[in-house]
Write a protein that binds this ligand. Structure first.
Ligand SMILES: NC(=O)c1ccc[n+]([C@@H]2O[C@H](COP(=O)([O-])OP(=O)(O)OC[C@H]3O[C@@H](n4cnc5c(N)ncnc54)[C@H](OP(=O)(O)O)[C@@H]3O)[C@@H](O)[C@H]2O)c1
Length: 333
């Protein structure tokens, strides 16, 4: 590799926050033991927060953001990985505490990487990215009601924030698993889109706002919640006995105002999802299931490929809720 390469650099000197595309050196990559030539990264909500002002997440500057990437190994000090292996990274605080994926090269700890499964490629991996990986973790948490807990067949599954990155892939995957997916959205013009992804029924977001009773009519066998707050409170009250709620997000708030009733009267299970800290074993399982459950032709039609310049123009739209679809970042574009 040449010693110099392109990366997005955020900086915060004298209270002036900047983001620029710059040339940096291989010697600037100080962490890790595997050097990767990045093919793709993806744009997540967390990336947009970090690009905006560090999001109170990044503490050291100058810094290379980007919480996920896929690419090819260039050099490895760990014999688990060899030159030209295709690899995927999501989370593990890369792009937050360690230099991340908005770069042509990254150097990371070998314990953070998995090999790209043979039936995927590095572009498909980032079309899913952190959002898709999280959706799959949530979907398998719901499926655990049938398998791990040996419960009855899952039928009705609710997905909140359904047009978002996590929500839309969750709708697709859960419907492929054979469940009746009920998609909650605030976007009235996206009903056809959600139906095309596999939603059976669309519910207005307003129905999950406001106060909830201790227990309401039990409707959901499983829930993928990306919204949190008042919606999650109502979801607990509406989950059927033995149902599983996979909670992964806080797009609508961080506070829940619930009681023990759903848990001790109905045995409702709350399954928290932390994609960033998932074990390597779980990552390998999930990524190997992806090609069976995801319609990549459909996702590709919803995906825009961004250059670094496009990325810097696009992230504010994500923060304002004005971006729709998936965005992958090609550092070589
Ligand atoms: N735990 C993890 O490992 C993990 C991993 C990835 C993401 N996340 C979290 O999951 C959440 C979703 O991520 P994402 O990438 O899918 O974000 P996103 O693309 O911005 O989607 C969020 C969706 O939530 C809905 N929404 C937005 N504001 C809302 C509000 N005030 N009240 C109710 N609904 C609202 C919108 O969908 P509709 O218009 O269709 O309602 C929006 O599209 C975020 O909180 C993110 O931080 C967690």
């Amino acid at each position: 590799m040449s010693e110099k390469f392109k990366a997005v650099i955020i900086d915060n000197q004298n209270d002036k926050f900047t983001r620029e595309i710059k040339e940096i050196n291989k010697t600037d990559l100080k962490d890790g033991n595997v050097l990767v030539k990045i093919d793709y990264s993806s744009l997540n909500y967390k990336d947009a927060l970090i690009l905006n002002n560090g999001g109170k997440i990044v503490r050291k500057f100058p810094f290379v953001p980007g919480i996920d990437f896929s690419g090819k190994v260039v050099e490895s000090e760990d014999n688990k990985f060899k030159k030209d292996d295709n690899v995927i990274l999501t989370g593990f605080r890369v792009g937050e505490a360690y230099f991340g994926g908005f770069s042509q090269y990254a150097k990371v700890d070998s314990n953070f990487l998995i090999k790209t499964p043979k039936d995927l490629d590095n572009q498909k991996a980032m079309m899913l990215g952190t959002a898709g990986f999280t959706s799959l973790l949530c979907a398998f948490a719901v499926k655990a009601k049938e398998e791990l807990l040996m419960g009855e067949k899952v039928k009705d599954v609710l997905v909140t924030g359904a047009t978002g990155g996590v929500g839309s892939i969750a709708v697709m995957v859960l419907s492929k698993m054979g469940y009746d997916v009920h998609a909650v959205t605030g976007k009235k013009d996206k009903n056809d889109y959600l139906k095309d992804l596999g939603a059976k029924n669309i519910i207005d977001r307003k129905e999950f706002e406001g106060e909830s009773k201790l227990l309401e009519k039990g409707i959901w066998d499983g829930v993928v919640d990306t919204v949190g707050g008042a919606a999650l409170t109502k979801i607990f009250a509406q989950t059927k006995p033995g149902g599983i709620v996979a909670a992964c997000g806080n797009a609508g708030g961080i506070k829940i105002n619930t009681t023990v009733m759903p848990f001790i009267i109905r045995g409702v299970k709350l399954w928290g999802i932390d994609s960033s800290g998932s074990s390597i074993r779980r990552r390998e399982f999930i990524w190997n299931e992806a090609s069976k459950l995801v319609d990549f032709t459909k996702i590709k039609s919803l995906t825009k490929e961004l250059s670094f310049n496009d990325l810097l123009e696009t992230y504010p739209k994500l923060l304002k809720g004005e971006y729709f679809g998936r965005a992958i970042v090609n550092p070589n574009k």
